[in-house]
Ligand binder design. Structure first.
Ligand code: ADP
Ligand code: ZN
Length: 712
């Protein structure tokens, strides 16, 4: 199975649970899989699909995701198709025929199609080996995203007895899990629940002050990478996007108020790496599946931790380190309060308030953020994550006896009935209206503290709440009071040590987003190459190669096909289709910058094999047969699904092996052959770029490459 994994997907190791699930599916058992976004659910049915004799039917709710999944599979040389309303009737018929002929391994369909009588009777004639149901929580009315169309899936089990069903989701409470299993009539399914910890996400919270400057500083570290900035309102997205554009960033707004064509266009540009930053409301994210989002910033704090976890879940789906930053300010609470106040139903209103208070607690915690958020979802981590802002903070303790006494006294003197902001204002000697009208400027605690900033006192108060010296009354206006522990502390003249309030210095430090110290310059060039190839093939860039692959290339500098095949994400098909162009880019860069290829660690022993030139049935042999049949370059390219350039590469390799292959018939197709031949002579070598430049870029690389066949 591991060799299938490398050969088809280019990966060396399975992610947690994948292997077990795949085994179960292959043994025709029903499975229920609950894994976080980016956990690698798709592979759990895609890999078995390759081994099964018949078809794997995949039910998926979002048309845009189907397209991406099918593109990705096809780029890996796996025969996958989809059927949905975006296809023309003739395309549909074509796909149906291919499925019936057994030429398709994976077929993606929307749930509403399953309800059509015509489609059902069509499926009766198809050999179905397994059925995968993506976003399975959509079948449950208990879930947060119920879709009536999913009811069509209830009868699958009776219609296809003996065919294993695998249900997958990234979000389901225990109640929803049970409901999914019941609705789908899964037969004693194996249930797999993986941890919801996303180890590659680095969480932090920053004070929402000088916010835009901080944002600019952060973005400095993410030049040429993909970021999402979530804003509270449509207006805010427009304003921030415009400001970023004015500061030279490639940013676009996205919200439900934009005209749908424009919205799609902005989303597409982001997907295709033509724009780096999406400044969006939470309307953005559903139905996009970009694996290389490196940064998610919340410009205002979100409505609930559930929402927050889902939104930051869009970062780092490829498993590479990614950052999630929340800008927090109590001032934003007013906005949330305002919206909660509009809710008539009391119980519902309280539930809403409870939710955003959960976010405040997250923002104010002084311990591991990852642990905090997972605990909220009912999962207990045995250790701190080690890479959130709290874990990374220097923990310096100081003798806080004096300041603690001052804070507690102030709370008591003001009657144990005010919030933190007021207590701080009194301690710092503010002359605001409230203080003056209450006469709090005449208290002995007034203006008692000048060695700490308001933020620092806030930080200390939060620590004292955690230590239970201060308690919080819940309710509309959470007020502070000194607990019995706090009173004992004062009475007994105890000593206390607290953590020193820290400044937000990390924001400005230079963090690397990867464990590999890869070459940034080469990485950039590889990204450009990837984008060109993606544009030519009309797919998003990540379908060609993910960032993990590019970073490894920019670290190891593979200089031959075999080494290139060891890079993660390089399977046989991609090696054959793109290997040469990427190798060319890498070796060229290595020469110009004097870089050496590095040995790869031994564990990467599984190597995608290019089928040899003489392997019967290989692409080379197919090309050879077509050349012998005197087909034109364009026809060969079309029949293979490759670019003409790749066909020429095949021919060059074939000629290296066997000079007798007759290609003379291709000569007449070449425009200005003598001119290009001359250019090759003038440049004195067989590299393409010098010739391309010499000819003032009048001819495409493909044209020059064909001509090179005759220049040799
Ligand atoms: P999910 O559907 O659970 O959100 P995906 O199936 O889309 O996750 O996988 C997320 C990313 O992880 C994809 O880019 C996928 O190619 C990659 N991936 C999946 N399995 C592996 C693996 N065993 N090794 C490396 N990368 C993997
Ligand atoms: Zn942590």
């Amino acid at each position: 199975m591991k060799s299938l994994l490398k050969q088809h997907f280019g990966y060396d190791e399975f992610r947690p649970l994948q292997e077990e699930i795949i085994n179960d599916v292959l043994n025709k058992k029903d499975c229920f899989v609950l894994m976080p976004t980016g956990g690698g659910k798709s592979l759990c049915y895609q890999l078995p699909a390759l081994k099964f004799e018949g078809l794997t039917l995949v039910v998926s709710p979002l048309i845009s995701l189907m397209q991406d999944q099918v593109d990705s599979l096809q780029a890996n040389g796996i025969s996958a198709e989809f059927m949905n309303s975006s296809l023309s009737p003739s395309q549909l018929i074509h796909t149906q025929r291919r499925v019936q002929a057994g030429e398709v391994k994976l077929l993606y369909v929307a749930p509403e199609r399953l309800a059509l009588d015509s489609f059902q009777s069509y499926l009766q004639d198809v050999n179905i080996s397994s059925i995968a149901i993506d976003e399975a929580h959509c079948i449950s009315e208990w879930g947060h995203d119920f879709r009536p169309d999913y009811n069509n899936l209830q009868t699958l089990k009776t219609r296809f007895p003996g065919v294993p069903i695998i249900a997958l989701t990234a979000t389901a409470t225990p109640k929803v899990q049970k409901d999914i299993i019941k609705q789908l009539h899964l037969e004693s399914p194996k249930t797999y629940v993986s941890s919801f910890q996303r180890k590659n996400l680095e969480l932090s919270v920053l004070n929402k002050k000088n916010t835009y400057d901080k944002l600019l500083n952060i973005l400095e570290r993410y030049k040429d990478e993909s970021s999402i900035i979530y804003c509270f309102s449509r207006k805010e997205t427009e304003a921030v996007a415009a400001q970023l554009q004015a500061d030279g960033h490639s940013a676009l707004p996205y919200h439900a108020g934009l005209e749908s064509k424009k919205r799609r266009n902005h989303q597409n540009q982001f997907l295709k790496d033509q724009v780096n930053i999406m400044v969006a409301t939470v309307a953005f994210g559903m139905g996009i599946d970009k694996p290389d989002v490196r940064l998610v910033v919340h410009y205002s704090y979100p409505k609930s931790l559930e929402g927050y976890y889902q939104e930051i879940g869009r970062a780092g789906r490829d498993g590479l380190k990614s950052e999630c930053i929340l800008f927090f300010s109590h001032a934003d609470t007013r906005k949330h309060q305002f919206f909660s106040d509009q809710i008539r139903n009391e119980a519902e209103r309280l539930r809403e308030e409870e939710k955003w208070r959960g976010v405040i607690q997250y923002a104010e915690t002084h311990s591991c953020r990852t642990k905090h958020i997972l605990k909220y979802f009912g999962e207990t981590l045995s250790a701190d994550c080690g890479h959130c802002d709290m874990c990374l903070q220097e923990k310096v303790l100081f003798d806080a006896t004096d300041i603690t006494k001052k804070i507690l006294s102030c709370i008591i003197r003001t009657g144990n009935s005010f919030g933190a902001a007021h207590v701080i204002a009194v301690l710092r000697g503010s002359k605001n209206k409230k203080i003056l009208s209450l006469g709090h400027d005449r208290l002995t605690v007034y203006a008692l503290v000048n060695e700490y900033s308001a933020d620092e006192i806030k930080h200390l108060i939060t620590s004292l709440i955690a230590k239970k010296l201060i308690a919080k009354k819940t309710g509309k206006y959470p007020t502070l009071f000194v607990s019995s522990t706090g009173n004992d502390f004062l009475k007994n003249n105890e000593k206390i040590e607290l953590q020193k309030p820290v400044t937000e210095k990390e924001v400005y430090s230079n963090k690397s987003t990867s464990d590999l110290e890869y070459d940034r310059g080469l990485f950039e060039q590889l990204r450009i190459l990837r984008r060109h190839i993606a544009e030519a093939n009309n797919v998003p860039p990540f379908v060609i190669f993910g960032d993990v692959s590019l970073q490894q290339m920019a670290y190891y500098f593979p200089d031959d096909v075999e080494k290139f095949g060891q890079i993660s994400g390089v399977g046989a098909q991609k090696l054959e289709k793109f290997g040469e162009r990427f190798l060319y880019c890498i070796t060229q860069y290595a020469q110009e910058n004097n870089c050496q290829s590095k040995e790869m660690p031994r564990v990467r022993k599984t190597v995608a094999r290019v089928s040899g030139i003489n392997t019967p049935g290989s692409n080379y042999q197919k090309t050879k047969e077509m050349v012998m049949a005197k087909m034109s370059l364009a026809d060969m390219a079309q029949s293979h699904g490759f670019t003409p350039g790749t066909i020429v590469t095949h021919i060059e390799k074939l000629l290296d092996h066997d000079n007798s292959l007759d290609i003379a018939y291709l000569e007449s197709n070449i425009k200005d052959l003598p001119l290009i031949q001359e250019a090759f002579e003038a440049c004195g070598n067989t590299a393409l770029r010098p010739v391309h430049d010499y000819l003032k870029q009048k001819y495409s690389y493909d044209e020059i490459k064909v001509a090179r066949l005759f220049a040799r």
